[in-house]
Write a protein that binds this ligand. Sequence first.
Ligand code: NAD
Length: 421
Amino acid sequence: MNPKPVSAEENPFEAMHARFDLAAGKLGLEPGLYQILRKPDREITVALPVVMDDGSIQVFTGYRVQHSLARGPAKGGIRYAPTVDLDEVRALAAWMTWKCAVVNVPFGGGKGGIICDPFKLSRGEIEKITRRYVSRIMDIIGPDRDIPAPDMGTDGQVMAWFMDTYSTHERMHLPAVVTGKPIGLGGSHGRIEATGRGVMIVTREALKHLGMNATQCTAAVQGAGNVGLISALQLAGIGVKVVAISDIHGGLYNPRGLDLTKISAHLQKTRKLDGLDIGEKVTNAQLLELPVDILVPAATENVITSRNAGNIKARIITEGANGPCTANADKILDQKGIFVIPDILANAGGVTVSYFEWVQDRMAFFWTQKEVEDRMEIIMCEAFNAVVDMGRRFQVSNRIAAYMLGVDRVASVTRMRGMYG
Ligand code: NAD
C-alpha cells in the first residue's frame, strides 16, 4: 500500500496549490477570486458506526469535500482505502473542479472517501458502510447538489447501494444521484471504458501533434485496474505495443509486447497479475523508468517525484491516475522536454461519460455505445486542442495550460454570478 505522504512534495493538496498558484499568476487572477478558488466550499467529516460480520461494532471515518459549485453541482468519486485522508480528498475535489472545466461539462468539483480496506471487508460490511455513509451525507448530495461516482476501491455495485439508499430515503427513484452505476440501473454504455478510452484519445492526439506513429511506439502502464488495464487495451487498439503493466505488487515486462488478452482474462478471474507466467518481473519503480515512448501512470498519486523524474525515459507521459507527478517532478520533466498530458485532461474521459450518464438518467432516455463514444471523442479532442493552444499562447507546460483553462472558466462564471456576501 502507498505510504502516507512524508514531505510537503507528496501532500496532494499542496501539489494542487503549487500548480494553481502558477496558473493564477499567469492569468493575473484578482486576489479575491484567488482566495475563493484556493479553498474548498464545504467539507464534512462523518462517523460511520457499522455492525461487522462477527457482531462487533466498528466506527469508520468518512469525508465529502465540495471544492466548487460555481459551474454546476459538485461531481467526483468516492474512494475506499486505508490511506484516505482529508488533504487527499481536498486535492481530489479541487482537481475535479478544474477537470470538469477543462472538458467544459457543467459540474463543479467534489470528492469523498472512507478510511477502510475494502480487501479486508466482506461485501456485506462494504454495503453497510456505504449505506451508513449515504445516510450521513444525504443533506449535501443529490442530482442537483453533488453527484458521487466510483474511484479506487469502489465499483458499480457500491454505486447501486448508494442510489438505493438515497432513493429510499427520498421516497423517489433518483438514479442521477450517482454515476458509474450498472447499466440496468441507469448506468451508461461506455462508462466502464471511458477513462481508459480518454487516455487513448489524448495520447493519440499527442502522437499526431509530435509527428510520431502509434504503430512504432511502445508503452508501459502502471496500474492494472479500471484505468490501467483499459488504457493498455485501448492503446493496443491503435497499434501501440504495450510492453509493461503492473499492479500494487509489481509488474510484467516483455520488450516484444505483452499478451493483453491473457492478462485481461487472468485479471477478470483473480483481480491480480500474480500467477501469470508472462515476460520478466519488474518492480513498480523499474516500470516507470523503462525505455518506452509512452508512460501511463494509472494507479495512484506521487509515483513520479523529484527522486525519480530524472530517470524517466518516455517521450510522452499520459496521467491516467490523479496526481501521479509531484510539482517538483514537473520542473524536471519540463526540462527533459517530456510531453506530459496532465491528469485533469488525460483522465477526464471518465467524468465526461459520467456527465452523459447523468443527462441520460434525467431524460430517462438512453444512448447507444456509439453515440456515447462519438460525443466523448469530440469533447476530448476539443479539450486537448484547447490545452495545447493555451500552452502555446502563454509559453507554459501542458499542465499549467490545463490549470489556466480550468481556473479561467471557473473564475469567469464566479465573476458573472457575483459576490453574495
Ligand atoms: P482501481 O482500484 O480499479 O485500480 C488501481 C490499480 O492500481 C490496481 O491495479 C492496483 O493494484 C494498482 N495500485 C494501487 N496502488 C498502487 C501502488 N502504490 N503502486 C502501483 N500500483 C498500485 O482504480 P482505478 O479506478 O483504475 O483508478 C486508478 C487511478 O485513476 C486513481 O488515481 C483514480 O483516482 C484515477 N481515476 C479513475 C477514474 C475512473 O473512471 N476509474 C477516472 C479518473 C481518474
